[in-house]
Design a protein around this ligand. Structure first.
Ligand SMILES: Cc1cc2nc3c(=O)[nH]c(=O)nc-3n(C[C@H](O)[C@H](O)[C@H](O)COP(=O)(O)OP(=O)(O)OC[C@H]3O[C@@H](n4cnc5c(N)ncnc54)[C@H](O)[C@@H]3O)c2cc1C
Length: 264
């Protein structure tokens, strides 16, 4: 048994002030990862700051030729959003395939990217679509946000407020899911925006990464067969009970080809 003080601020300013007050305070979004972490005693914060009542962190809007999604927007809301389905249907499809209905109705985009689980789906979309992560302090480009396994560029007292996704010309996400959790054993998001192709891989390594060899091949010819000779080094991939590194390398290519086919 341990004690913490529970806070439910009503504004971003209030949440930021609470977070700045204590070194051990932690934010909570939908609690999908954080509550199990607490139950297992892997975290013992002095204060929990529940963002659930901060209305300004919720919602989806069309903005600057793309979509801006508030950090506290649930996966189910992204999946069912008319705006997301119309502007970036691949993002709605990704959200629709996260976990189960309970997870999708509690989990949030801000919690997902802040947590940066190596097998989470959203990091692949953020990187492939070259999104910008907005916080209460600054804007962080996708390529600088995810820094390692469960690690991000966020400072201790920083709150993700929204993610801005530019509209791509073509995009698709295909994953090979763990059949129990639906987390990605391997997931590949392919996007072409302003003529530039980006390929982001999740689930395969300790952190989401760009498969640059595939990006170059697809830049010349946006077809599945363009990936026939693109190399992927199994030495840098995860090797665990779910899949060997060699099998993951195989899956990366298969998922990428399927994503190109779906996007073309
Ligand atoms: C059974 C199960 C299956 C799942 N399957 C999938 C899946 O298939 N694909 C997938 O991608 N994910 C999956 N998830 C993860 C889930 O979708 C959530 O995105 C993830 O658990 C984060 O949950 P949350 O948004 O409730 O954040 P929380 O658990 O509340 O918080 C997670 C972390 O982020 C921090 N945080 C939260 N919000 C912010 C913010 N605005 N700014 C800064 N830091 C913040 C918290 O302090 C905490 O450290 C699954 C989870 C479960 C439990």
């Amino acid at each position: 048994m341990y004690n913490f003080t529970y806070h439910r601020p009503k504004s971003l300013a209030e949440a930021a002030a609470l977070l700045a007050q204590s070194e051990d305070a932690k934010l909570m979004a939908g609690g999908q990862t954080y509550l199990p972490t607490l139950k297992q005693r892997l975290a013992q914060p002095s204060d929990i700051i529940d963002l659930g009542a901060v209305a300004e962190l919720k919602g989806i809007k069309e903005e600057a030729g793309g979509i801006t999604i508030g950090a506290m927007t649930r996966h189910a809301d992204v999946a069912h959003s008319e705006v997301v389905r119309r502007v970036i249907p691949a993002l709605a499809a990704l959200a629709e395939d996260i976990g189960d209905p309970q997870v999708r109705h509690r989990g949030t985009i801000g919690g997902s990217i802040s947590n940066n689980d190596p097998a989470a789906d959203y990091p692949a979309a953020v990187v492939a679509l070259n999104a910008t992560v907005r916080t209460n302090k600054r804007e962080i480009p996708a390529d600088q946000f995810f820094t390692g396994m469960f690690e991000t560029a966020l400072e201790r007292d920083e709150i993700v407020t929204a993610v801005h996704f530019p509209k791509p010309e073509k995009a698709a996400y295909v994953k090979f899911p763990n059949p129990a959790s639906r987390y990605a054993v391997v997931g590949v998001f392919v996007a072409r925006t302003g003529g530039a192709v980006r390929v982001a891989v999740t689930g395969a390594a300790p952190c989401v990464f760009r498969w640059t060899e595939a990006e170059q091949a697809l830049g010349s010819s946006f077809t599945p067969s363009a990936l026939d000779n693109a190399g992927i080094d199994a030495d840098n991939l995860n090797n665990d009970i779910h899949a060997s590194a060699e099998y993951r390398a195989h899956l990366v290519k298969v998922m990428a080809k399927r994503a190109v086919e779906a996007a073309a």
